[in-house]
Write a protein that binds this ligand. Structure first.
Ligand code: SAH
Length: 254
């Protein structure tokens, strides 16, 4: 059996109870060493074999899993944040399907949630934006043309940009090309939930400069949109005294 586990954004107590339980039971753990906090490995049982996938190819990861399976062992594949975002889990699952190996996924707290927490931010502020675009810049690995930063920026929804902290000049240019005003609020969140976490609130046109000043080149998320530092928004309807819901009678019965 193979368990794909979301390790959370970094702080070891931000893994789920289920994920922790699965790590404790594992005979083999393959973790994404570039971003998973090694403190989580302290939970492994004695004799557990631990591999850092940062130094491995997909084929090597598969080999370790298949060998464990032949011996009737349980493997945990530990991914940073939530495995569903930039986790390259589908290709691993396809190999497991071919080999008739069962697997299950345990979600994790994605870094985009930890970044909002670090800034006390609500991505879906009523009257400001009700959508979050999760994307990345094209770099050494491509992004489909129809999903360009400029195309998404045209919606002026909240944007969370992964894997792009080293390309901030281009990112700003694309965001502005797409329609964001240069002075739109933006933030850089470095290593959300780690002891060395840094948050920098700036604007779309100052992203590169502020990242440089703070020595941030990787392991950061870029958040863009009025919601980053919006003081005016609409109050929620759901919690308004007038509003009737399935759980509460509103005062306005018109
Ligand atoms: N599955 C992960 C994302 C993996 S892609 C998740 O759900 O968070 C790796 C990218 O995620 C990094 O380049 C960075 O942009 C972002 N990232 C991961 N952990 C982070 C953290 N603690 N703080 C800020 N950004 C983080």
């Amino acid at each position: 059996m193979v368990y794909f586990v979301g390790a959370g954004p970094g702080a070891p107590d931000l893994i789920t109870v289920r994920g922790q339980k699965w790590i404790r039971q594992a005979d083999v753990v393959i973790y994404a060493g570039s971003l998973v906090n090694p403190e989580l490995l302290r939970e492994t049982k004695e004799g557990c074999q631990v591999y850092d996938s940062a130094r491995m190819t997909l084929e090597q990861v598969a080999e370790v899993i298949l060998e464990a399976e032949h011996k009737g062992k349980t493997t945990v594949r530990l991914h940073t944040g939530d495995p569903c975002l930039y986790g390259a889990i589908r290709e691993q699952m396809d190999i497991l399907d071919q080999e008739n190996i069962a697997y299950e996924v345990c979600p994790g707290v994605s870094s985009f949630c930890a970044a909002a927490a670090a800034l006390d931010m609500e991505y879906t502020l009523p009257g400001v934006s009700q959508s979050v675009v999760i994307t990345r810049m094209a770099g050494r690995t491509p992004v489909p043309d129809r999903e360009s930063i400029a195309a998404f920026a045209a919606h002026k929804a909240t944007m969370v940009i992964f894997l792009s902290a080293g390309m901030l000049h281009n990112l700003s240019r694309e965001l502005i090309k797409g329609g964001y005003e240069p002075d739109t609020p933006a933030a850089i969140v470095y290593k959300a939930s780690w002891p060395e976490e840094k948050t920098v609130v700036c604007t779309v046109d100052t992203l590169a400069e502020r990242a440089r000043e703070n020595g941030i080149t990787k392991t950061a998320l870029i958040l863009v949109g009025q919601g980053v530092s919006q003081k005016s928004y609409d109050r929620s309807r759901l919690y308004h005294p007038d509003f009737t819901t399935g759980y509460r009678e509103g005062t306005d019965t018109k």
